[in-house]
Design a protein around this ligand. Structure first.
Ligand SMILES: NC(=O)c1ccc[n+]([C@@H]2O[C@H](COP(=O)([O-])OP(=O)(O)OC[C@H]3O[C@@H](n4cnc5c(N)ncnc54)[C@H](OP(=O)(O)O)[C@@H]3O)[C@@H](O)[C@H]2O)c1
Length: 334
């Protein structure tokens, strides 16, 4: 590797106050120095834009530490090792991990996952075969515990997590209802992903539609949205229902969080409400990737991607997640 190799990266310039804005970010170019013993140089090809990034831009620590001001934006990314001084990761190996929003990443190998691109292109390992797919798999199967014949309701259903949850629930023999923000997304859920029903939450009442589609209630409510959507789902729980709190995208950019009003329904439904953090299942990801790859290659599972090209488009592209402009797993390609 030459010492004049340059790396362009997107850094956190200042913390957002409410909705993220372009001036929260800065694009910086720096020179990379030669690799030390044990290090590898990864040329990043694809960057994953995930809703959680908004939370990571805040100060402090939740399940993970906030990004420092001036540091590269933390993202899952994937690419190819183009130089190596680490025998465990030879040149030419494809890897993914928290490699950041940048062209190149120098890594000591810790936290790198070797990806098998014969099982799917690199971007799929950031989506269905990566962190969001694992969230769907373990969130539904371990926290939602669906049984054949159950009714499963998923909010934020047209995204990578939601559409994967619904497709796994169909494979497990459930009736699946999803909510999403446009007719095109609802049609995709029914026609491509095999959902039984889809609710356009912008033009229809989730509560009314759930009463129509699930007159005996919802056995598994997989919530990606929070706020009033969580309330509508809670009102429609079946006896013994499991509520999986996966995310609350309607609240990420809010200064004041809307808390659930209908939580008393958990009592009368003898239900449980579970949180899921995908990183708790890291040791089991390889087996889940194996199973999901088989579902993908057999055509039992579909994976839709929304790709934007150009690192400099990072701020505008990230914003798409919170306005619903993305349709499929949002990927930034370098
Ligand atoms: N707990 C974990 O370990 C974990 C891990 C990964 C992801 N997650 C969570 O899973 C959820 C889905 O993530 P994803 O990667 O699949 O994202 P995604 O669904 O592909 O993208 C976000 C979608 O959220 C919807 N949305 C945005 N603002 C909304 C609002 N105010 N009300 C209702 N819907 C809104 C938009 O779709 P519409 O057009 O339908 O509005 C948008 O396309 C997120 O909440 C994320 O934080 C949790």
């Amino acid at each position: 590797m030459s010492s004049i190799l340059k790396n362009t990266k997107v850094t956190l310039a200042k913390r957002p106050d409410g909705m993220i804005a372009p001036d929260n970010f800065k694009v910086v170019t720096e020179e990379l120095s030669d690799l030390k013993e044990g290090e590898v140089l990864i040329q990043i090809e694809v960057i994953s834009l995930d809703p959680a990034i908004r939370g990571w831009m805040n100060a402090g620590t939740t399940y993970i530490k906030g990004i420092e001001i001036g540091a590269v934006m933390r993202t899952f990314s994937a690419g190819k090792i183009v130089a190596s001084k680490n025998a465990d990761f030879p040149e030419g190996t494809y890897v993914s991990g928290l490699l950041g929003a940048q062209e190149y990443c120098v890594s000591d190998g810790k936290g790198l996952t070797v990806i098998d691109i014969s099982k799917g292109r690199a971007s799929l390992h950031l989506g269905v075969l990566g962190m969001p797919g694992m969230t769907a798999y373990f969130g539904l199967l371990r926290r939602g515990e669906p049984k054949a014949g159950n009714v499963v309701f998923i909010s934020g259903a047209a995204g990578v997590v939601g559409s994967t949850v619904g497709q796994i629930a169909k494979i497990k023999g459930c009736t699946v209802i999803g909510s999403a923000g446009s007719d095109a997304k609802c049609n995709y859920l029914k026609e491509e992903c095999g959902f039984d029903f889809a609710i356009n939450y912008k033009t229809e009442s989730i509560d009314e539609k759930l009463k129509e589609y699930a007159p005996n209630g919802v056995d598994v409510f997989y919530d990606n949205v929070g706020g009033p959507t969580l309330d509508d789902g809670l009102l429609n729980l079946a006896q013994g229902a499991r509520v999986v709190i996966c995310g609350f995208i309607s609240q990420y950019n809010k200064k004041e969080i809307y808390g659930p009003k209908n939580y008393m329904k958990i009592v009368s439904a003898r239900g449980v409400m579970n949180g899921i953090i995908v990183f708790d299942y890291v040791a089991e990801w390889p087996q889940a990737v194996e199973e999901m790859s088989e579902w993908l290659s057999s055509g039992q599972m579909k994976a839709k991607e929304h790709t934007v090209k150009g690192l400099e488009k990072f701020p505008d592209t990230l914003m798409m997640l919170y306005t619903g402009e993305n349709f499929g797993k949002l990927i930034l390609e370098i």
